[in-house]
Design a protein around this ligand. Structure first.
Ligand code: DGL
Length: 289
């Protein structure tokens, strides 16, 4: 990575942290900047045009700060904007997300696969193309799950209301005998313990975050932009200093800091550097108090 370059990661809120933490685990020497656009969460109930405009504004913000690669850590923003971002910024490497249907289709024994995601993700061209590529003879059960993103944003990961909401979405899939459940929204891995409890041991839950992080590592290696230390296999992580990872939120800094402590392991969320950003019109900017 060039001097000053970093991995830019963004989502509508805290969901993309499920991807961010895998990136940090696999690439412990790289600097990251994470943007949570909590002023607009949830993206999944908005139009694809609206989400595309947010994704472009955040990308410009991250590039202005010096991002060397952008990870769209959101299935919804990828569905709405990935093609557009690649066209608009042809020299920037982007890594996006799509529901991990391929491994689910390859592994199923019952011939039934489930995908849970936001309503917007299912509307995007990305999902339609993915289904065409992978469906085969498999019965695919797609379930949009409004409300789940809000639950994760609030840190209500394991309570009665969350369990009832999940039950209402997952029961038809249990009845349909699915044995692979794809988490098609980056917020959902934080609900994994409840999801696994409800689905039972016969269902494999698939979270694409580890393979997305591997993809980030591959892109950096191909571009020759990984730090010299990072590409050395026997090196130890360099001593962390405060600004190796910076978080921005377009909503409340204190609330974001509180919730990430709940979601991330203490080693990752210890004294996070969280700063505010604002949206005057369609540009994301740092808030100056
Ligand atoms: N976490 C994002 C996703 O993967 C966005 C969810 C939302 O804001 O609705 O789709």
């Amino acid at each position: 990575m060039e001097e000053g370059g970093f991995i830019g990661v963004f989502d509508s809120g805290v969901g993309g942290l499920s991807v961010w933490s895998e990136i940090v685990r696999q690439l412990p020497h790289e600097r990251t900047v994470y943007v949570a656009d909590q002023a607009h969460v949830p993206y999944g109930c908005r139009s694809l045009d609206e989400v595309r405009a947010f994704a472009e504004g955040i990308t410009r913000f991250l590039l202005d700060q010096g991002a060397a690669i952008i990870v769209v850590a959101s299935n919804t923003a990828s569905a709405a904007a990935l093609y557009h971002l690649r066209k608009t910024f042809p020299r920037v490497p982007f890594v996006g997300m799509e529901p991990a249907l391929k491994p689910a289709v390859e592994r199923t024994g019952t011939g039934a696969v489930g995908v849970i995601a936001t309503p917007a993700t299912f509307q995007g061209e990305l999902f339609t193309n993915l289904v065409k590529r992978c469906n085969g003879d498999v019965r695919l059960h797609s379930q949009a799950c409004p409300g789940l993103v809000e639950v994760v944003e609030a840190g209500a990961l394991d309570c009665t209301e969350t369990e009832s909401l999940l039950k209402s979405y997952l029961s038809p899939m249990i009845e349909a005998d699915i044995d692979q459940l794809v988490l098609g929204c980056t917020h959902y891995p934080f609900l994994r313990p409840v999801i696994e409890r409800l689905m039972g041991p016969g269902t494999t839950v698939i979270d694409p975050a580890p393979s997305v992080a591997r993809q980030v590592a591959n892109v950096l290696t191909q571009q020759g932009t990984r730090t010299a230390m990072a590409s050395s296999t026997d090196s130890k992580p360099r001593c962390r200093h405060e600004a190796d990872h910076i978080f921005y939120t377009s909503s409340d800094v204190a609330a974001f800091s509180h919730v990430i402590k709940q979601l991330l392991s203490p080693s990752l969320a210890d004294r996070p550097v969280v700063r505010p950003v604002v949206w005057p019109a369609d540009r994301m900017e740092m808030r100056v108090d």
